[in-house]
Ligand binder design. Structure first.
Ligand code: SF4
Ligand code: SF4
Length: 427
């Protein structure tokens, strides 16, 4: 039979096989400058976490960054495989490796699904610290977080003097405790309506609140999540200054202590998670005040029958922020508040509570990988639209910020609101 007349073998039916990612291969075999980019990973050779991964890939399809990139180096098991190979074979580190280690939202979906309960997020944050310490991380423009925080106390490059510019009528400030509202950088400069609505709610309920204003500094979340914890920061060519997250955490805590604060309320899930999980690690004494998310604060009042809401004849679906849900296990309180609103119909998305999809913004992904953050957010916004809800509600100013960007691109008809945006007009 001539070659041209040969019958081709029929292709097997079923799912198309995914291509092996160039990132996976590049990360292992390439190095732009192997001698300079060797990194001392000795301490990881005995690390049980990287050896424990069973390579089952059960965490792959659920990972938001895998959904965005469809490449083997962008989910927990794939990253661990690459990292283990580099450690065990003492291979040089490449730009693709650094990119793969930073394109992770630290959402913990992989941990929730992992059959052996591997604590992946602790490992990736630890590895990012190592990359920063050894002058290889953070990825791309993420160094801008620490540079801006060093200059302005926030990662957005905004002046500290404008931190309280969102304050308007309906907000009463008091000099001393017991209650303070920690606004956070995103609500102070980017989603200011959430800051204003939270402060108005707290004013109505408590009579007045302490706001630190220009004395409030970054909670530490963006720099902890991206490994910029304790290193020499180059502020101009050849000029280095010590940069440590401990300084910022200590300033926030001491500013609360001098104002006799007993309870601090947060509207950003990232700030709340950082204040509860991370602040105690970096503050030398016991933190003498309680830290509460606004959804917990409102749910407490609902449960004690100390608050009533006016009716709202709409449909809402609730998005669990990763840092409030999977990281802090706060699933019921936001729902308690929504269910307490008369006539409001609450519809769950298919993926909810511990199985909630990530919004795509966390872990430095929105700043470092804007297109991925947007594509991940679009998947979640579409899921909300598919429920037929009028409102996509969340409990995190950073999730809201990313969803609003996605909504703008998609042109869909759904309101994106934080719980406090809904509640403020119903008191
Ligand atoms: S933490 Fe989230 S983004 Fe990172 S690997 Fe796990 S599932 Fe993927
Ligand atoms: S689910 Fe767990 S064991 Fe399986 S690949 Fe992912 S991290 Fe490894």
């Amino acid at each position: 039979m001539s070659k041209s007349k040969e019958k081709k073998m029929p292709k097997p039916k079923g799912k198309k096989k995914k291509k092996i990612s160039k990132h996976y291969i590049n990360s292992i075999v390439e190095a732009s400058n192997p001698t300079e980019r060797k990194i001392d990973f000795k301490q990881y050779t005995t690390n049980d976490l990287i050896k424990a991964c069973a390579n089952c890939s059960m965490c792959r399809e659920e990972c938001p960054t895998y959904v965005s990139r469809e490449a083997e180096s962008f989910f927990a098991g794939g990253r661990l495989r690459i990292f283990r190979t580099i450690v065990e074979r003492n291979l040089p580190v490449t730009d693709d490796f650094v990119e793969a280690m930073y394109l992770c939202t630290t959402c913990k979906q992989c941990e929730d699904i992992c059959p052996i309960g591997l604590k992946y997020v602790d490992l990736i944050e630890d590895l990012r610290c190592e990359l920063v310490q050894q002058g290889i991380g953070p990825y791309g423009g993420l160094i801008g977080f620490s540079k801006s925080i060093h200059l302005n106390n926030n990662p957005y490059g905004e002046p500290p003097s404008k931190r309280k510019d969102w304050v308007e009528e309906g907000v009463t400030e008091v000099e001393k405790g017991p209650y303070a509202y920690f606004v956070g950088c995103t609500a102070s400069y980017r989603t200011q309506s959430a800051a204003l609505n939270t402060a108005r709610i707290l004013t109505k309920i408590l009579g007045g609140i302490v706001l630190l204003g220009p004395d409030e500094v970054c909670c530490g979340s963006p720099i902890i999540r991206t490994g910029q914890i304790d290193f020499q920061l180059e502020i101009e060519e050849g000029k280095f200054v010590p940069f440590t997250v401990e300084d910022y955490i200590t300033r926030n805590i001491e500013n609360m202590i001098t104002r006799d604060i007993e309870e601090v309320i947060f509207s950003c899930s990232g700030c709340y998670k950082t204040s509860t999980d991370d602040w105690p690690k970096y503050f030398s004494k016991e933190i003498p005040f309680k830290r509460t998310h606004i959804s917990q604060f409102l749910a407490r009042l609902v449960e004690k029958n100390e608050i009533q809401f006016k009716p709202l004849n709409k449909k809402v679906t609730y998005h669990d922020p990763c840092h409030l849900g999977r990281h802090r296990k706060v699933y019921d309180d936001p729902r308690t508040v929504l269910y307490a609103i008369p006539e409001l119909e609450v519809i769950e998305m298919r993926k909810n509570r511990n199985r909630s999809r990530c919004c795509g913004a966390g872990g430095g992904v929105k700043a470092g990988f804007g297109a991925d953050a947007l594509s991940i957010a679009k998947v979640r916004v579409q899921e909300a639209v598919d429920t037929g809800a009028d409102i996509l509600a969340t409990s995190c100013v950073f999730c809201k910020y990313n969803f609003l960007d996605a909504k703008k691109e998609m042109g869909v008809d759904i309101e994106i609101l934080n719980i406090e945006d809904i509640v403020v007009d119903l008191l």
